[in-house]
Design a protein around this ligand. Structure first.
Ligand code: ATP
Length: 372
């Protein structure tokens, strides 16, 4: 498969959408680098689909511009934009076989010899042996791959994907996430993918824009967002954050916070909140960064680690890890994921424990946010 023609960065400048007095998308600036796999991630109603539809030209922007490779495409109708969209409902033509479905866009443009391109597309989505089947003879995942092939055959410079895996069961979703990632790498064009599923966005995308209430709340590489969330919304949307309320004691090389009856530390560069002595702060730490020690063994915990006391209230073995819920003066239901625990060594509800972790894994958030 040869790489398709690419068209430069997608740039949204001051783009917004209001319906009556309701602002579905507040003025936003966003650059999607050429050739990237970009995800718009957020809960239902946050404006991600509207943003995607404004890029596609399916929705008229109230303000702002959309440009591709420096060219303003805001005024162009959808069919004149070098973009194509794959929807959740893949809507294949039931009476046409797979190769005819894929060829449809080319035929509509009056192109007659389509076989080579269709074959190439079916190979790309690994459906070379299915060309003569009808859509109802394919699984949901296979049908979605046909929809992708049908969208790519027109050589768009950008492929827009609106919850394309939403109708698939979990296992198939996982397979298709990897499959779409492979296809994107192979064709090399920009993919912009809308999803409400954080794991999906993190699996597939190079860059994720987390949307909330019509705004992009944070933009970054998946690992950066996960490790350095700037707001409580992002911290909670991208996993479990174990937020602990505290009060700033000092802020020099490290920030020291009184919380949960003890003192916790975090590096100054991991805090997005203003730090005034006596001011409130929310501390977060991801569940897999925390270790547990039985209270009787607490003296073996290395110096310099953050620690809080607690009692196990629930423990569940889920194969890859054991997940504990711990009640603590620092928080009612702190979560801890531990891997490679021998069955006999698992802690049981009622056990008195100390939770401890490296201060470098703590992030600090504004207790009275939101960031604008
Ligand atoms: P979902 O995941 O549920 O599709 P989303 O994040 O994609 O959600 P949008 O479809 O972009 O959200 O919608 C954003 C907001 O705009 C929602 O509150 C929605 O109700 C509203 N909205 C969307 N289309 C219209 C419309 N045509 N008229 C009025 N309000 C609309």
């Amino acid at each position: 498969m040869t790489q398709q023609q690419t068209g430069g960065d997608v740039r949204l400048t001051g783009i917004s959408k209001t319906y009556g007095s309701f602002a579905a998308v507040k003025p936003l600036d966003l650059t999607v680098p050429q050739g990237s796999f970009f995800a718009l991630l957020g809960a239902s109603g946050c404006g991600k689909t509207t943003t995607l539809r404004m890029i596609a030209g399916l929705e008229e922007a109230t303000t702002g511009t959309v440009s591709l490779g420096g060219q303003d495409i805001t005024g162009l109708p959808p069919y004149k934009r070098p973009v194509n969209t794959v929807f959740q409902s893949y809507a294949l033509f039931p009476h046409l076989d797979i190769s005819e479905n894929v060829a449809f866009g080319l035929r509509r443009r009056g192109i007659r010899s389509v076989k080579k391109q269709v074959d190439e597309m079916l190979e790309l989505v690994q459906l070379g042996d299915f060309a003569k089947r009808k859509p109802h003879q394919l699984s949901g995942g296979q049908q979605q791959r046909v929809a992708v092939a049908r969208a790519l055959i027109n050589h768009p410079q950008v492929l827009l994907l609106d919850e394309p895996l939403g109708a698939l069961d979990l296992k198939l979703r996982r397979q298709m996430q990897l499959e779409l990632k492979r296809i994107q790498t192979e064709v090399g064009i920009t993919f912009i993918h809308v999803t409400h599923d954080q794991e999906e966005a993190m699996t597939m995308a190079d860059t994720v824009a987390v949307m909330n209430g019509g705004r992009v709340e944070q933009l970054g590489a998946p690992a950066d967002l996960y490790e350095n969330p700037r707001t409580t919304f992002v911290a909670n949307f991208l996993g479990t954050s174990n937020l602990i309320e505290g009060e700033v004691v000092s802020a020099d090389t490290d920030i020291v916070v009184a919380a949960g009856g003890g003192k916790l530390r975090l590096p100054t560069d991991r805090c997005t909140a203003p730090t005034v002595n006596g001011g409130k702060l929310l501390l977060g730490v991801r569940p897999e960064k925390i270790s547990l020690a039985h209270a009787d063994d607490a003296d073996v915990i290395a110096d310099g680690r953050n620690r809080v006391t607690g009692r196990i209230v629930d423990s569940s073995f889920i194969g890859v890890s054991t997940q504990y819920v711990v009640e603590s003066p620092a928080g009612k239901a702190l979560q801890v994921y531990e891997q490679n625990i021998e069955r006999d060594a698992r802690l049981t509800p009622g056990a008195e424990v100390v939770l401890h972790w490296n201060p470098a894994h703590t992030f600090g958030l504004d207790a009275a946010q939101d960031i604008d």
